[in-house]
Design a protein around this ligand. Structure first.
Ligand SMILES: NC(=O)c1ccc[n+]([C@@H]2O[C@H](COP(=O)([O-])OP(=O)(O)OC[C@H]3O[C@@H](n4cnc5c(N)ncnc54)[C@H](O)[C@@H]3O)[C@@H](O)[C@H]2O)c1
Length: 270
């Protein structure tokens, strides 16, 4: 059900690779809520993914941009304001990738060149997006910027290796720019800390199915699906959450506040 929550708003949505992507769900819901937006992803994802289908369904233009390149982000923001006919009201950063996770490196064996790539792609790109948006004065007053995070920023999950560090940086950037853009233009910046979700990025993590099942049993509401995460993003883009900023917001069915659930105890009793 749609509520016209984003009627008249203009946005930029990154990270939609296929229909499992969290960003894919956000784009579908933003479209249903009356927003107009551009879609962006790394040039390589254009070839691998199905973003053209999404663009057609949402009547959106695609602007390829490697989110680690300030130059490409400058093009993304200037083209977006041109195509959409005005300044931007919401931005979704839904970007994450760790070459170390892909190659199965443990935390003690990280390749440092890849480590820097993980941080650049998954965290600094968030900073670069806001840097470009500010320099171009591309954001409207009360715009809303959301990045996607994971609880490994606060607690150790051994298999999450350098992505844990990247998420901690991402959340810190949300506070840093949340303060700065809040003062400058009443812009809010938040991260959503999402449950394990079956997407390309999520499933690449070693032992994903086991910790997906564990989190599901540990959370009183069960794991939050991608569609529900998209609903939460829409609420943060809307005018109903104008005073929420610089927060890391758990969207995890209660996982982060649960010590141990009866279901998990039951598993040890067997
Ligand atoms: N899936 C999970 O379990 C989970 C849980 C919590 C948070 N998250 C976060 O949600 C976000 C979206 O991931 P997802 O789960 O939807 O997976 P996904 O694989 O569908 O999305 C990740 C996206 O990042 C894009 N990307 C990678 N490198 C890029 C670059 N250099 N420039 C621009 N884009 C680039 C990919 O093309 C892809 O579209 C990520 O930040 C991820 O860490 C995922």
């Amino acid at each position: 059900m749609a509520y016209n929550l984003l009627k008249g708003k203009r946005g930029i949505i990154s990270g939609a690779l296929d229909e499992n992507s969290i960003a894919w769900h956000v784009a579908e819901k933003a479209h249903a809520e009356g927003a107009t937006f551009t879609l962006t992803n790394a040039p390589i994802a254009m070839r691998m993914g199905k973003i053209n289908d999404l663009a057609k369904a949402c009547n959106a233009e695609i602007i390829p941009a490697d989110a680690t390149s300030v130059e490409e982000l400058e093009n993304l923001f200037s083209k977006s304001t041109e195509i959409l006919g005005g300044k931007i009201d919401f931005v979704l950063h839904s970007i994450g990738m760790s070459p170390n996770i892909r190659k199965g490196k443990s935390y003690g064996e990280l390749n440092y060149d890849w480590y820097q790539k993980s941080i650049d792609i998954s965290a600094l790109s968030f900073h670069k997006m806001m840097h470009v948006a500010e320099k171009q004065d591309a954001l409207n007053e009360w715009a809303s910027i959301v990045g996607l995070s994971y609880i490994a920023a606060q607690r150790t999950y051994p298999f999450y290796t350098d992505m844990a560090d990247a998420k901690a940086v991402l959340e810190s950037i949300a506070r840093g720019y949340g303060y700065r853009l809040g003062k400058a233009k009443n812009v809010r910046v938040n991260t959503i800390s999402q449950s394990p979700t079956k997407t390309t990025a999520g499933s690449g993590i070693d032992g994903f199915q086991s910790f997906y099942d564990f989190a599901d049993k540990q959370s009183p509401l069960g794991n939050a699906p991608a569609g529900a995460c998209a609903d939460y993003c829409i609420s943060l883009f809307s005018d109903l959450t104008r005073m929420v900023t610089m927060q890391n917001l758990y969207h995890d069915g209660g996982y982060s506040s649960t010590g141990i659930s009866e279901e998990v105890i039951e598993m040890f009793n067997k």
